[in-house]
Design a protein around this ligand. Structure first.
Ligand code: FEC
Length: 323
């Protein structure tokens, strides 16, 4: 079984921020002011751990798959050689930095992969997320003359194990609340431009995740807010988390629990936009903000990924399935 695990990607070193930002902007370099502003955000958080977390997810997912798959479903036709590997291999491809998705697809082709399943470490479908990951894989496959068959997990907003993993972490915050019955629970995801979200699919998926957690935990006061809107003049979907905090204060809330359901991993948008910016807003408003711990490469999130890729792999025509 071959898996392509995809994530957003982040620069490894400060001097890579400029080219990374240019890639996000589809090849248009940012103005010096925009670049300086982004560099200052990275400087503020120290460093984004996104690449390390993505690689940890890949290593653990590969181990979990190898521990659960039948080891040798077919007799060997030739000796496999001294390098021992299990039936599953997980490759990493990131959207905006190395290893780019195209680099991962090339490595898979060179390894002789004939079938693969792709999954993104982002649970909600949008034209600016899962659709773009898929496009990048398809473009890389086309450039190489379609060396392998590819199936993709599209979204998993209501996967029961994903909802359970989120509930487990929100519960940790419940213990820290001074007045749990009077707190507001806000569930956030990355905002996208309104014109990319006109069909409402993305908003509905994020709300479905939030509703699933709220239902399971019996939360009465909850809402969805959007974070990390880009620095472009067009309208982005809202309310922005900072505006929603203003409203929460006006509504008389004293405590707010923020859970970033759109992001399994810690990174710039969690450490800066929530832990720094939203936290500053909350402090200014006299609100106590508790941020739910991210899933990262924890076993319960790895189990979500494992379940999804195994189910997707099973959809390859049984007769044609290649281990
Ligand atoms: O830790 C890190 O260094 C990377 C954190 C990071 C993640 C992430 C996830 C998503 N984005 C999504 C949409 C957009 C759209 C634009 C956009 C721009 C940026 C910029 C940075 C950035 N994003 Fe991001 N995003 C992360 C970081 N994102 C940095 C550029 C500066 C800025 O605007 O803040 C606008 C592009 C344009 O200008 O044309 C749209 C979506 C996700 C969630 C799904 C996913 O993870 O792929 C949607 C993590």
């Amino acid at each position: 079984m071959n898996v392509l695990l995809m994530a957003y990607g982040t620069p490894y070193r400060p001097e890579e921020i400029g080219p990374y930002y240019t890639d996000i902007r589809r090849g248009r370099p940012p103005s010096p002011e925009l670049l300086a502003e982004l560099e200052a955000r990275y400087q503020q958080i120290g460093r984004s751990p996104l690449n390390e977390i993505t690689f940890a997810q890949a290593v653990r997912l590969e181990a979990a798959l190898n521990a659960s798959l039948p080891l040798y479903p077919r007799p060997f036709q030739v000796p496999p050689g001294p390098r021992v590997r299990g039936p599953a291999r997980v490759y990493v491809g990131t959207k905006h930095w190395h290893p780019f998705i195209a680099e991962a697809v090339r490595a898979m082709a060179e390894d002789g992969v004939r079938q693969a399943v792709g999954i993104v470490a982002a649970p909600h479908y949008s034209a600016r997320s899962i659709a773009e990951y898929r496009e990048k894989v398809e473009q890389a496959l086309a450039e190489l003359g379609h060396p392998f068959e590819f199936r993709m997990v599209e979204a998993y907003p209501e996967h029961p194990l994903y909802i359970e993993a989120l509930c487990r972490r929100v519960l940790e915050q419940l213990w820290q609340l001074r007045e749990p019955h009077r707190a507001l629970f806000l569930f956030t995801a990355h905002s996208i431009p309104e014109k990319s979200a006109a069909d409402g699919v993305y908003q509905a998926q994020v709300r479905a995740t939030a509703a699933g957690v709220a239902r399971q935990l019996g939360l009465a006061r909850w809402d969805v807010a959007w974070q990390s809107a880009g620095r472009t003049p067009e309208p982005w979907i809202g309310p922005d988390i900072n505006e929603r905090l203003e409203e929460a204060a006006a509504e008389g809330y004293g405590e707010v629990v923020v859970t970033a359901v759109g992001f399994p991993s810690d990174h710039l948008e969690v450490f800066y936009d929530l832990d720094y910016e939203a936290q500053n807003t909350a402090t200014r408003l006299g609100l106590r903000l508790l941020r739910t711990r991210s899933l990262n490469a924890d076993p319960d999130y790895i189990e979500v990924l494992r379940n999804l890729v195994v189910a997707e792999w099973a959809r390859f025509e049984v007769a044609e399935r290649v281990v």
